[in-house]
Design a binder for this molecule. Structure first.
Ligand SMILES: NC(=O)c1ccc[n+]([C@@H]2O[C@H](COP(=O)([O-])OP(=O)(O)OC[C@H]3O[C@@H](n4cnc5c(N)ncnc54)[C@H](O)[C@@H]3O)[C@@H](O)[C@H]2O)c1
Ligand SMILES: [Zn+2]
Ligand SMILES: [Zn+2]
Length: 373
């Protein structure tokens, strides 16, 4: 079928993207769903910094690619051997397909699904196939098994989670990346407990979701760090203590948390900021890193403090979640008012405006922006 989507053909075009237009909006051909696959009519797709990192080349991926990885929509056709999905189901797409059978999947670490990671690196669906082709008939790669910036997508059933149809698509979409990642980092990786002091570095979609997750867990004082004043105001409205990311940021966070945070969560994607988050944590503290720095970056921290202060430094991918159970659980928290995900959505845009929207994300002028189809 003919579909309309946003294709990235080369990484590293110079900003502003309103001028260099790295994402080309084009008519594409989408093959029907194969075995175990679903055809999904996308309702809304969110813009994440991980997409921006592919555009600017700091997260290299195979090209050309239909970008986007945070979406919700409606199943409009199912391929052979699909189990548990039917036409009309509303689904949220998760950016790691969970095969359910590999060692990580069967031992409680589905975010590390091995066939899922392999397919994501190759730019294919879990089957190893590609379903999009471009105007010249050229094969296009999938982004993280989702490729959300298109009005219809074919995904593996293991990339989809059936959800309540009551939710607006632009809210549901955010559960696929920002909410799962940020709230999951606070609940599953940092295991924020009642009364604990928490510092969140970076207040984009993922960082604000981590803040909401910490609040949900009953954290005591939450300190929120960013460079952008509007982000700090936003965090203050959500009950956090704002701290500007200037040269005194480590001291300021340590002071605001009474000597160092019990849990520090980094959501910027920069090794220098990760080192600051580590330093701003206290004795016995846990630092969780969620941001995705360029693969060449190295981390510089005081090694001995890991031992003498019994600190922990850990990474969290996909919020260390199982999308199949955590997405419905987090949606329940949203519905009972404990997780105000609406706070993350600052802009609704059209597919045609996606380049301008990435300028807005790049310059700190937006939290989550959703393309409405
Ligand atoms: N681990 C995962 O599974 C996963 C999932 C999604 C996104 N990510 C990564 O998480 C990071 C955040 O994603 P996002 O979509 O929320 O991005 P975003 O661009 O919306 O937010 C990043 C925030 O960091 C702030 N910032 C920049 N420099 C800073 C500094 N020196 N100190 C403090 N704050 C600073 C920015 O102003 C912005 O508010 C990215 O690296 C993204 O690739 C990881
Ligand atoms: Zn993302
Ligand atoms: Zn697996």
């Amino acid at each position: 079928m003919r579909v309309r989507g946003a294709v990235l053909r080369e990484m590293g075009r110079p900003a502003p993207y309103a001028e260099s237009r790295p994402l080309e909006i084009a008519e594409l051909e989408l093959a029907p769903p194969g075995p175990g696959e679903l055809l999904v009519k996308v309702g809304a797709a969110g813009l994440c910094h991980s997409d921006l990192s592919v555009i600017d080349g700091s997260r290299p991926r195979v090209m050309p690619m239909v970008l986007g990885h945070e979406a919700a929509g409606t199943v409009v056709a199912v391929g052979p051997d699909v189990k548990g999905f039917a036409e009309g189901d509303h689904v949220v797409l998760a950016f790691v397909p969970v095969c359910g059978e590999c060692a990580p999947c069967t031992t409680g670490r589905p975010a590390l699904c091995e066939p899922g990671a392999k397919a994501n690196v190759a730019g294919t669906l879990l089957s190893g196939e590609r379903r999009f082709s471009g105007p010249e008939g050229e094969e296009l790669n999938h982004h993280l098994g989702v490729s959300a910036f298109c009005d219809h997508v074919v995904v593996d059933q293991h990339s989809a989670v059936k959800v309540d149809p009551d939710l607006p698509f632009e809210i549901a979409a955010l559960f696929g990346c920002a909410v799962l990642t940020g709230v999951g980092a606070a609940l599953n990786a940092a295991q924020v407990a009642e009364g604990e002091t928490v510092a969140v570095f970076g207040l984009g979609g993922v960082g604000l979701a981590a803040l909401l997750g910490a609040r949900l867990a009953g954290a005591g004082r939450i300190v929120a760090v960013d460079l952008v004043d509007e982000k700090l105001d936003h965090a203050r409205r959500l009950g956090a203590v704002p701290v500007k990311a200037d040269e005194n940021v480590v001291e300021a966070v340590r002071e605001a948390t009474g000597g160092g945070a019990q849990k520090a969560i980094e959501t910027v994607g920069n090794a220098r900021v990760l080192a600051q988050a580590y330093e701003a944590a206290g004795r016995g503290g846990v630092t969780v890193t969620v941001g995705l720095p360029h693969p060449d970056q190295r981390l510089d921290i005081q090694a001995v403090s890991l031992v003498t202060e019994e600190r922990t430094l850990k990474g969290s991918y996909l919020g260390s979640c199982d999308p199949r159970t955590d997405i419905p659980k987090l949606i329940d928290y949203y519905k009972d008012g404990r997780l105000p995900v609406d706070e993350l959505l600052t802009h609704k845009i059209a597919l045609e405006d996606v380049n301008e929207a990435f300028d807005r994300l790049r310059t700190g002028g937006a939290v989550r922006q959703a393309i409405i189809f």
